[in-house]
Design a protein around this ligand. Structure first.
Ligand SMILES: Cc1cc2nc3c(=O)[nH]c(=O)nc-3n(C[C@H](O)[C@H](O)[C@H](O)COP(=O)(O)OP(=O)(O)OC[C@H]3O[C@@H](n4cnc5c(N)ncnc54)[C@H](O)[C@@H]3O)c2cc1C
Length: 401
């Protein structure tokens, strides 16, 4: 069996690793260059993501991914200003109803782990532009670098603006929630003197001050990344770990008016510092000391549920078909895990290829939860007890679709 994966994101790379491990021929085509584009610094990884990594990655990769996770995140905290001090005023267990227990992952490190060993499998700078179903049941795909490829299965793991989805399921829509967010990260050393690290530990926390909510989470690597690479995955490029250090990720909800047309990371960071000017000094420090180049503005989107479609040799996973505020990365990896298992069953002759793909799609539809109401507007995940304000897991609503 030969599989083409469009998109070298979390879902596409997890799938490619899993297929390679199972001896299935796979080629990944990625629109961007090898460094990708800014997509935020951190990822709250719950058991769906970790199970996928465990199943799809070789042992060294798995160990490297786990060694560079942060500490356990079992509850979320609500912070507020009490007598001039930032204090914990509420707490809620991450019981899986809205927030699942997990650990923080550095997106850059995780991506580097996922790419290791796939150097001959991923072709960068090659966006899928269209595909065609052939009469012999195979799929032919065209790419922006002028190449074409043929396979038994084409997987659209090409994110929210998915070209595969637009051609295959043109009725699927992406809806912008109209509630943008600013997200960034700050070296932990820059906030060491504020008392914040001791106050929140590993837990995600949301500080509510007036109308502004700042969500934060500290990532302390379980093992220093440089040592972990030497120990677990020396084949991974050293540059990624050499520059890695403990950090605080933060996010701030803003209005469209506040955001305006600001886009470049340095300008987004300037806007964030302006908005933080009246906040508690600790929160101000978190924002002011952030790395400007990784500060991003995110438009939060959602894909209203897409009814069951006829099964074929083309399928879609991850953000390409369901945007899940809070856990889209986990769902993308879960989809990849399931699809890998399905394709292995087909390869072994335990199930027909189409039945296997259909089973993976059914499971994906059942578990994806885009929180959209009938009008297609986002059902906002409002903080309950303030605790669910952690703004992890967002799909960037790209134009179009
Ligand atoms: C700031 C931020 C914070 C987040 N935090 C969390 C979190 O804490 N937990 C969580 O679970 N989720 C989180 N998410 C969501 C998560 O990042 C996504 O759900 C996840 O990346 C989806 O994975 P994917 O593989 O489906 O798509 P992506 O990771 O978006 O990958 C898609 C890839 O396809 C490529 N591509 C696009 N078009 C084409 C084409 N035509 N041909 C070839 N390649 C193409 C893109 O360049 C990209 O590399 C967050 C998102 C953001 C933006």
């Amino acid at each position: 069996m030969r599989v083409i994966v469009a998109g070298a994101g979390l879902g596409g790379l997890t799938l490619a690793q899993g297929l390679r491990r199972s001896g299935i021929d796979v080629a990944v085509y990625e629109r961007d260059g090898a460094h990708g584009r800014p997509q935020g610094v951190s990822l709250h990884l719950d058991e769906r993501g970790t199970a996928a990594l465990r199943a799809c990655l070789p042992p060294g990769h798995r160990a490297m991914a786990e060694a560079t996770l942060g500490g356990p995140r079992n509850r979320t905290l609500l912070l507020s200003e009490v007598d001039g001090e930032l204090a914990i005023v509420g707490s809620r267990p991450a019981d899986g109803t809205r927030v699942r227990p997990g650990r923080q992952a550095s997106r850059r490190l995780l991506r580097a782990v996922l790419l290791t060993g796939l150097e001959d499998t991923v072709r960068f700078g090659a966006a899928l532009t269209r595909f065609e179903l052939c009469s012999d049941g195979t799929v032919r795909a065209w790419f922006s670098d002028g190449t074409t490829d043929i396979a038994d299965v084409l997987v659209g793991a090409d994110g929210v603006g998915s070209t595969v989805r637009r051609q295959y399921l043109p009725h699927a829509r992406v809806v912008d929630s109209g509630r943008p967010m600013l997200m960034g990260a700050t070296p932990l050393r820059a906030v060491a003197a504020t008392g914040l690290p001791e106050l929140i530990g590993h837990s995600p926390a949301a500080a509510q001050v007036g109308d502004t909510t700042v969500a934060m989470g500290i990532h302390r690597f379980a093992e220093p990344p440089t040592a972990a690479r030497r120990r677990w995955l020396p084949a991974m490029p050293a540059g990624v770990v050499d520059s890695a250090e403990n950090y605080v990720m933060w996010a701030m909800a803003v209005t469209q008016e506040q955001l305006g047309t600001v886009e470049a990371p340095a300008n987004v960071w300037s806007l964030a510092t302006e908005l933080a000017a009246d906040l508690h000094p600790t929160l101000r420090t978190v924002v002011e000391q952030a790395w400007p180049d990784v500060t991003v503005a995110i438009r939060v989107g959602v894909i209203p549920p897409v009814p069951k479609w006829p099964v074929g040799p083309v399928t879609v996973i991850g953000d390409a078909i369901h945007l899940a505020p809070g856990f889209g990365g986990n769902l993308a990896m879960q989809d990849a895990h399931r699809l890998r298992d399905a394709l292995v069953r087909a390869e072994r002759g335990e199930q027909s290829l189409l039945a296997a793909i259909g089973a993976a799609e059914d499971a994906m539809r059942r578990d994806s939860n885009p929180h959209a109401d009938l009008g297609g507007r986002v059902m906002p995940r409002e903080p309950r007890d303030g605790a669910a304000a952690e703004p992890v897991g967002i799909g960037t609503a790209e134009a179009g679709a």
